[in-house]
Design a protein around this ligand. Structure first.
Ligand code: GLA
Length: 391
């Protein structure tokens, strides 16, 4: 399948907007997808995560309407939403328009004077690949609305955008996700990963210096589609809450490995062990990056994948094959990333070995009879913003 580029499709988007609405957009909102480097299923356990914003993202071209109507269209999807501002909340539209309309609803619930709007979105984030195409959609739509209201995505307005995306996903779409994706889609910065502590919501940008280190982050979308509204994600979350309850702690962030090993129930013990060890691996990964300790980075990445495969049971044969082939062909380390049950793997690869690793993964998929995977390079990029349309 080759490498999926983060193309600039502005001209295509403007042309589609004009065709569909007979008018020019006045603003573009943009927000990236993400790949998480360490800390999976830790956000909803008050733990740590270390995601990177992708160069691939969603763009939303928008223009305010004065009749209060909302029209939402996508270059990737056939279904559209046409309705009134009032129709956008829980029980409103489902599918992709639920995310987009949900953000409009969430922003007005935050007290913003959200106008009627024509909005067309276009995404370069593969859908269902575990790369947060939904957070990119939510935050791009939100950024476009902020653009119509002329409010730059900084400070309290940036926080409001994160909250609106999370609200749309949890309350309108009904996906019980943890908040990492929207936070990095808004707060990601070029050349950095974003360390987020969900206990106190503190964030810190961690320099990655990939060019200086001669490393690339290779993402492989297995094209086994994952969905966060299916039962797997929610059942892991339930297991974590149950383990915390049995241990008498407010969240697994507060549990020690020793306590966790004392849990009687084998499944809950393994789930909790993943979370507690994974939180430690985030801190250790940041330290390994700061001291350029590649051996530690390799070990932590391998341990994380093993923990997700054995203890948390969210990997699948395609993810395991991508990880094994990447490491076999000279990647420093590789692990599955995101919610799991399909989606993508991420590998730290010396730049000169990227082609070799891609070929090795493709070959191993072909040999196993899996669908061809799709690859992209995760060059750490900036978070959500809007720009006025000029001309
Ligand atoms: C999904 C969720 C996030 C997080 C990850 C797993 O991406 O949206 O909140 O829980 O899975 O780390």
């Amino acid at each position: 399948m080759g490498m999926l580029e983060a193309e600039d499709r502005t001209d295509l988007l403007v042309a589609a907007f004009e065709r569909l609405t007979d008018a020019r957009p006045t603003v573009f909102g943009r927000a990236p997808g993400r790949v998480n480097l360490m800390g999976e299923h830790t956000d909803y356990n008050a733990g740590l995560v270390l995601p990177v914003a992708l160069p691939h993202g969603t763009r939303a071209a928008a223009r305010a309407r004065d009749d209060g109507r909302v029209r939402l269209l996508s270059l990737q999807q056939d279904d559209a939403f046409v309705g009134d501002l009032a129709d956008r909340g829980p029980g409103g539209p489902t599918g992709w328009t639920g995310y987009a309309a949900g953000v409009l609803w969430a922003l007005s619930r935050e007290g913003l004077p959200v106008p009627g709007v024509d909005l067309v979105v276009d995404s370069t984030v593969p859908l269902g690949a575990g790369l947060s195409s939904s957070a990119a959609l939510e935050c791009a739509v939100g950024a476009a609305v902020l653009g119509l209201l002329e409010r730059p995505v900084v400070g309290a307005t940036a926080e409001l955008l994160v909250r609106a995306g999370i609200t749309a996903e949890r309350e309108v779409v009904g996906a019980p996700t943890g908040g990492m994706d929207q936070a990095v889609s808004v707060h990601g910065t070029a050349d950095h990963a974003l360390l987020i502590d969900f206990e106190d919501e503190r964030r810190r940008s961690v320099p990655l210096q990939l060019t200086e280190r001669g490393l690339a982050l290779l993402v492989t979308d297995t094209r086994v589609s994952h969905a966060l509204v299916d039962g797997g994600y929610g059942s892991r979350r339930d297991d974590c809450e149950e383990a915390a309850r049995l241990l008498g702690v407010p969240s697994l962030r507060k549990a020690t490995l020793e306590q966790v090993e004392g849990l009687d129930d084998d499944r809950l013990r393994r789930r909790a062990r993943h979370v507690v060890t994974e939180i430690d691996r985030v801190t250790a990964t940041v330290a390994a990056l700061e001291t350029d300790d590649r051996e530690a980075l390799a070990r932590l990445t391998a341990d994380s994948h093993a923990s997700m495969r054995q203890d948390f049971e969210i990997s699948c044969p395609e993810l395991d094959a991508a990880v094994a082939a990447a490491v076999g062909a000279g990647a420093l380390g590789a692990r599955m990333t995101g919610g799991g049950f399909g989606g993508s793997a991420v590998a730290w690869v010396p730049t000169e070995r990227v082609d070799r690793v891609v070929t090795a993964i493709d070959d191993s998929f072909a040999e196993a009879g899996f669908r061809s995977p799709q690859h992209l390079l995760a060059t750490p990029s900036a978070g959500a913003a809007w720009t006025p349309v000029v001309g």
